[in-house]
Design a protein around this ligand. Structure first.
Ligand SMILES: Cc1ncc(C[n+]2csc(CCOP(=O)(O)OP(=O)(O)O)c2C)c(N)n1
Ligand SMILES: [Mg+2]
Length: 299
């Protein structure tokens, strides 16, 4: 077994909650996830950075509060599964996996390079902790339904989390999965939608609105909550409720987030689906993030 990383207790590792007993706050985890993502962005000079900054608070809660896993055994049968439906958010998940001690921080330098374990779109065969291959949008919920059904048949008490996006709701296959999950009453499935009101062609509300999204999910038979996805306490409370509530239905936590959260000059950009940042501006972005964190402004 690997040595216990700083801030984690050896006793807590075996029950699958490596973060239990850590003295690092969720707010600091989210800040560090953002920082890892910016450093990967700097390696390539471009990427889906705004998404990573926007979803960092949610990932911090997933990996340091809600989910069971063993950093040194990513295939552990008792783990909760995290299915990243949106392959282009891989940079965000890598940042969380680095923070979780599943990937070494040194691999940041390899991001997006040939033969790297960190390709620009999420691929299950390449990266420890990446449970599904993304890239073609619309498949995470359907795969999550299959995994959740399989776990139920094995009498497992693991949860299946799947993260998908507001633009991805344009894919009909998402709604097929949503109906299947409700039909099979998959109370071990927790969906998280990142509603950043942005997709490749512009604002989601203008291109193909799915609002009121909470009412739609409710109508599809899901236990539904909607929170500010950049409010760490609200996300943690919602995920606690999603696990604890006694209803025979899948659960959704709709997270309204702000793209590029934590780096004001990137937040201010109108089109930030794919960001290009000038070479000198990466360090500025990291410094601003550091300042907002130490000043208490990020989450
Ligand atoms: C089936 C499919 N169609 C189109 C794409 C191209 N594509 C990649 S990301 C993206 C936008 C999806 O919306 P969202 O994730 O909400 O965008 P973001 O919030 O990241 O800007 C699109 C259309 C794809 N990867 N797969
Ligand atoms: Mg979006």
């Amino acid at each position: 077994m690997a040595s216990t990383p700083p801030g984690k207790t050896a006793a807590a590792r075996d029950d699958g909650f490596p973060h239990t007993g850590s003295n690092v706050s969720l707010r600091e985890r989210a800040y560090r996830i953002r920082r890892h993502a910016l450093r990967m962005g700097e390696v390539q000079g471009q990427g889906y950075i705004a998404q990573a900054l926007g979803i960092a608070d949610v990932l911090a809660v997933c990996y340091f509060h809600a989910m069971r896993y063993r950093p040194d055994d990513t295939r552990w049968e008792g783990r909760d599964r995290f299915l990243l439906s949106i392959g282009h958010y891989a940079i965000a998940l890598y940042a969380a996996l680095i923070e979780a001690g599943i990937l070494p921080e040194s691999e940041i330098e390899t991001y997006g390079a040939d033969a790297s374990r960190l390709p620009m779109s999420g691929m299950a065969g390449y990266t420890p902790g990446m449970e599904m291959t993304g890239g073609s949008l619309g498949h995470g919920v359907g795969i999550a339904v299959g995994v959740a059904l399989g776990l139920k048949r094995k009498k497992s008490d693991s949860f299946v989390y799947t993260l998908f996006s507001d633009g991805e709701l344009n894919e009909g296959s998402i709604w097929e999965g949503v109906m299947g999950a409700a039909h099979w009453r998959l109370d071990n499935l927790i969906g998280i939608v990142d509603v950043n009101d942005q997709q490749a062609d512009g604002p989601s509300a203008a291109i193909s609105s799915r609002e009121p999204l909470h009412e739609r999910f409710r109508a599809f038979g899901w236990h539904t909550q909607r929170v500010d996805g950049n409010d760490i306490d609200a996300v943690a409370t919602a995920l606690d409720a999603a696990r604890a509530v006694r209803v025979a239905a899948p659960r959704i936590v709709i997270c309204d987030t702000r793209m590029a959260k934590g780096v004001p000059f990137l937040e201010a950009r109108e089109r930030n689906h794919f960001l290009r940042v000038e070479a000198g501006e990466w360090q500025r972005a990291i410094s601003l993030l550091d300042e907002t964190f130490s000043g208490g402004a990020v989450s």
